[in-house]
Design a protein around this ligand. Structure first.
Ligand SMILES: Nc1ncnc2c1ncn2[C@@H]1O[C@H](COP(=O)(O)OP(=O)(O)O)[C@@H](O)[C@H]1O
Ligand SMILES: [Mg+2]
Length: 296
């Protein structure tokens, strides 16, 4: 699986963005033919290569949502990261939030809007954040401060799927927690220059400052770390995952989502946390590979 797994960090980043735009095209236009082609090709290539283990560095549909994980389970090929259920659950922000709530893990109030539901169905008062249910990289995410802007935001999110998540906006600081095998790395604080962490800020050098370990009071840092680890456990993650959170001015952490395939470029957030814990990039990759296995 050399094309999709491992390789240089920079190469992986390219694949990440390339893969996402392709997934979005497939999702939007419902292009099952190209999807099926890709899937068949993957199974055939795996059959030919018969690797000892697979390092999954795919993002979005099929790669991150449990589909490839299921293929590898069926083929009996060990792989890195979370299994089928955790991958699928974490990918669906609404259903993941229902699990967080059921475990008492703080997550902002939310509504999932179905295909037919428009502005009138929204009960939350602005400010809210509108996002596609199953996307990443802040794609299709809009902060809505006035009801008048809600419709455009819903339409924007619907470009990427029929179900839409409307979530209470949390004013505060953004942090993310890398976790490996249930153990947390130091938190990273994400401080975007323009106040909102969007796609451009995430992938343009110099637009965002990353502070690691996050300069939070100890109690706050411990609370966010606890919430992040609880979120990792609640969806049943394995290997590495990264939990995105907001911390409000009262010192309350709020879990936004769990990423089961966090970015793995040399400058990505999980490797940053790992480095702060003394685990360099190569050692991190080795440790992830060493943890490869079948999960179900
Ligand atoms: N409820 C919220 N309150 C404040 N900011 C949010 C909220 N939800 C998302 N954001 C911002 O949008 C970004 C993307 O949202 P997130 O839920 O992590 O989805 P994804 O990273 O999968 O696109 C976050 O990193 C954060 O900056
Ligand atoms: Mg995120």
């Amino acid at each position: 699986m050399s094309h999709d797994a491992g390789g240089s960090a920079a190469g992986r980043h390219e694949r990440r963005t390339g893969g996402e735009s392709e997934d979005r095209r497939c999702g939007r236009r419902g292009s099952p033919a190209s999807g099926r082609r890709r899937r068949r090709d993957l199974a055939r290539r795996l059959e030919e290569a018969r690797p000892d283990a697979v390092f999954i560095a795919l993002h979005g549909r099929w790669g991150e949502d449990g589909a490839v994980q299921g293929l590898l389970e069926v083929m009996g090929i060990p792989y890195t990261g979370s299994g089928v259920l955790a991958s699928a659950l974490a990918m669906d922000k609404g259903r993941a939030k229902a699990v967080f709530e059921s475990r008492g893990i703080p997550t902002p109030s939310y509504q999932v809007l179905g295909r037919e539901e428009g502005v009138v169905a929204v009960e939350l008062e602005p400010p809210v954040v509108v996002k596609p249910l199953c996307e990443g990289s802040t794609i299709g995410v809009t902060v809505v401060r006035e009801s008048a802007d809600l419709n455009a935001a819903l339409e924007g999110a619907r470009e990427y799927g029929t179900e839409v998540l409307v979530e209470k906006f949390i004013h505060g600081r953004e942090v993310t927690l890398g976790v490996i095998d249930g153990e947390p790395f130091p938190l990273v604080e994400i401080a975007p220059e323009k106040g909102f962490y969007d796609y451009e800020s995430k992938y343009t050098a110099g637009r965002t400052r990353y502070l690691c370990p996050a300069p939070l009071e100890r109690e706050l840092s411990e609370a966010a770390t606890r919430a992040g680890c609880a979120a990792y456990r609640s969806v049943g993650c394995s290997g590495v995952a990264r939990v995105d959170m907001m911390v409000d001015p009262d010192g309350q952490p709020w879990v936004l989502e769990v990423n089961t395939i966090p970015g793995m470029t040399a400058t990505s957030l999980l490797p940053m946390g790992a480095a702060a814990a003394g685990l360099g990039f190569d050692d991190l990759v080795e440790r992830m590979l060493a943890g490869a296995g079948l999960k179900t």
